[in-house]
Design a protein around this ligand. Sequence first.
Ligand code: SAH
Length: 286
Amino acid sequence: MDASSKGKNRRRGKKRRKASNNQPLEASVDASEQTPSSSVSVSKRRKLGGATSTSSGGNKSTSFLDKMRARLSGGHFRMLNEKLYTCSGKDAFDYFKEDPELFSVYHTGYREQMSHWPEQPVNIIIKWLKSRNTSLTVADFGCGDAKLAKSVKNKVFSIDLVSKDPSVIACDMSQTPLESSSVDVAVFCLSLMGTNYPSYITEANRVLKPGGWLLIAEVKSRFDPNNGGADPEKFSEAVKNLGFSLVSKDMNNKMFILFYFRKKERSVSDRNISWPGLKPCIYKRR
Ligand code: SAH
């Protein structure tokens, strides 16, 4: 891209931002332009090479510095996002263990990005749970800020790589401390990120009671075979071979696909399941 077209693109920033609403987690938009700089710690900004806001210079330069900081933190979010989609759960766990602050950087960017979605899949799952008995025990695999647990009366085991809240179990979700056959509902809401994602679903199978539910919401483009994504039929087939039946599949939402599986009462897993690769949701670099 030459310098003049770069300039044009910059001027077209607004237009591109709008287009991002159709491109979840793969946005052509620079999320950093919209990420509030205040949510990134000063030490983190220094690490990223940004200046602090204590420098003088009036409103104009402060807002310039804020923009630069936001750009840096957005870039950092994109880097972390790519990391999570291209490494194993174990590597992701070790990575965040070394610097748990990165988890906050990731989630600030994640929240910003999700604020552009007309509907959040976690809210649909919350609605689904609220329409059922509160005695159902839930495991939320890759819970993020644990919104699900905070929104329902059910007992929820919230699991993620880092625990920012005492109620969250910090682990790689391919190996949780949950007991076998102990939960009624296993949820993966936009969390099948690691390259070893089948081991997360296998772990959910272990902790689910017979007849338990497996709810999976994923970014739609990951299931678009015409665009390098997985064939949803092949994915469902793999989960079925693990011992589930597909109760329904919701393709109505523009941004995500939602699968409702149920574990068979007497499940016998196939040993050689062919899992399709799930395309990483990576931001375009600029
Ligand atoms: N389910 C939440 C958050 C989605 S973001 C929501 O819908 O709002 C995806 C989350 O999955 C991130 O918090 C990430 O840390 C977590 N995650 C990804 N791989 C993981 C793994 N191997 N073990 C535990 N959590 C994981």
